[in-house]
Design a protein around this ligand. Sequence first.
Ligand code: UTP
Length: 309
Amino acid sequence: MVHPPAVAAVTKAVVPAAGLGTRFLPATKATPKEMLPVVDKPAIQYVVEEAVAAGLTDVLLVTGRNKNSLENHFDRNWELEAALEAKGDDDRLARVRETVVVADMHYTRQGDPRGLGHAVLCAARHVGREPFAVLLGDDLIDARDPLLSTMLAVRERHGGSVVALMQVPSDQISLYGCAAVEDGAGGDPDAVRITDLVEKPAPDEAPSDLAVIGRYVLDPGVFDVLRETPPGRGGEIQLTDALRRMAREGSHGPVHGVVFRGRRYDTGDRLDYLKTVVRLACDREDLGPDLRAWLRGFVTSEAFEAGRE
Ligand code: UTP
């Protein structure tokens, strides 16, 4: 199932993919973490497909070191296509061609990885004065659970900016930005009004159990705020700091949250990455039956029990 088309007049998506990916070293020494395969597609391809499915037609990837593999992935590979064609391997040929998605792809460089806020600021010239979506390149939302299209519709109804939120257990809230919210947004069942945001709070200081996850629809006023945002936690320019100011001051319209209750996969974290690959492969028609049968045997095997000691 794909996301329903967007109703808002947002056409541009910005996908930051310039982080150092230190949690995944050494795999990410020469490869961006967004290129790590999730079953048989790199994470970034799922993200770009999600943007396209929500009706966005222009995708800007913010790249860092090792950007060539990202650009090459969305480009034609004539030699490979010719070789598969010569072999008559139509299935694999189709899979290679699927990567050239129907979006207008653009690339910009974040020279120094100075934080997510800085990565978004690198998109200012390309985006101009239009509202735009931000999709983090290592954060996957299951295509069966629509989120971005709901966020675009909320922006259409209320203006301002919209942030994706997800309930997390209290011992995990310190890993995320956390939102203070007011119930209801003029009776809108899909949205809550965000009154404040706190980056990575201690559990007893968190204003809620609602964590900010990697989807945003932003008013272009965010660029003005980011330009004035000093480096925060870790010396990085934090997008959450800019959004906190916007939520408190209401200077560029309201900031709403959409609480996501579907399936999300954080592929930048090693354990979550492994779980993602297993879950998505189990759901696949071509791989699922054999993988599930093997997993059933494996969890009752001596090798599995030995690993638990
Ligand atoms: P993360 O918070 O996961 O940071 O970035 P990271 O540096 O990539 O990874 P670790 O923590 O060292 O393992 C969230 C998203 O923001 C992008 C990343 O590529 C990722 O998609 N990002 C982060 C940038 O584009 N630039 C930055 O300066 C920081």
